[in-house]
Design a protein around this ligand. Sequence first.
Ligand code: GDP
Length: 312
Amino acid sequence: MSVLALAGGVGGAKLAEGLAAIIPPGELTVAVNTGDDFEHLGLRISPDIDTVTYTLAGLNNQEQGWGLEGETWNFIAALERLGGETWFRLGDRDLATHIERTQRLKSETLSAVTADFAKRLGIRQAIVPVTDDPLRTMVQTDQGLLAFQDYFVRLRCAPRVDRLEFPGVEAMKPSAGFAAALADANLRAIVICPSNPFLSILPILSLPGIRDALEGRRVPLLAVSPIIGGQAVKGPAAKIMQELGLNVSSAGVAGFYGALLDGLMIDETDRALAPEIAGPAIHVGDTMMRDAGDRRRVATEVLAFAERISRS
Ligand code: GDP
C-alpha cells in the first residue's frame, strides 16, 4: 500500500525522511515542488529536489538546513574574487549536481535526471518533480514582481507578498511519475508535508488537474502544519500568512487548504486551537522534527491518523 507525499524543501524533506524510515521503499513517492527552480550562472538549479534527495541519501547538511554535509566553498570564493554573482551560494560538491543536471537536461527530462541521481545516491524511494515543464514561482510584492530566488535569497523575503503567480502554468502538465502516483490503485494516503503552503505547496496545487485529482481522492489526504505557536519553524511562512491577511496559526493553514484536507496534524503547543479548526479531523502531537527519531515518530503518527480516518 503506497503513500504519496507532497513536499517542498526542508520541512518536506524532514517528513519524507520519516516516511522513508517506516514504509517499504517501493511504496513511497515524494512529489517535489519545482516552482523554486531557476537558471543561475548558466546552471539549472532545483533547490527543493536537491534538499529532498540529499536528505533521503543522508548527505544533507543538518546545521545549515540546505546543501551537502562536509561542503567546501572554494568555487564561490574564487568567483567572488573575479567579481561574479555570489548572492546565491553554491558549494563545491553541490556544484557537481547542478553542472551534471544542466548537461543532462539537454537530452533528458528533469524526472529522468532526478530518478537517476537518486538511484546513484542509494535512494530506493521515488522522488518525482511535480512537473517537467518550467514551473517558476513569481512573487508579486510591494517592490514589484520578483522571480522567486530574488525574493527568497537575494532580498531575504523582506518584500511584502501580495500574491503568488505561476506564469504559463495553465499549459503545463504534472510529470508522469506524479500523475501515476496520484492514480495508483494501491494508494493508502496522501500527505502534505509541513512545507511552506504558499511557496512550496501552492505551485503544486496550481498545476492543471492536481486540485481536481486531490478533490476526487479515494484515500485520506492529510497535512502536517508547518506553523507552531503562531510561528514558522524556519522561513517566511508566518510572515507571508500575515501579509496575505490569513490567521497566522494552524487554523489559518487549515483554512488555506480548505476542503482538500481530511486531517491536519497540529503541534501540542497549539492544542487549544483544535476546537476552532472547522473541517478536517485534528491530530495533536509533537510536530517539531529535530532528529531522525522525531521524523520517524511524526511519520508514524501521520500514517496511524490516516488509518483512523480511512476506517471512520
Ligand atoms: P523550503 O522549500 O526549503 O523553504 O522548505 P519547505 O517549504 O519544505 O519547508 C519550510 C516550512 O517547513 C516552514 O514553513 C517551516 O515552518 C516548516 N518546518 C521546518 N521544520 C519543521 C518541523 O520540524 N516541524 C514542522 N511542523 N514544520 C517544520
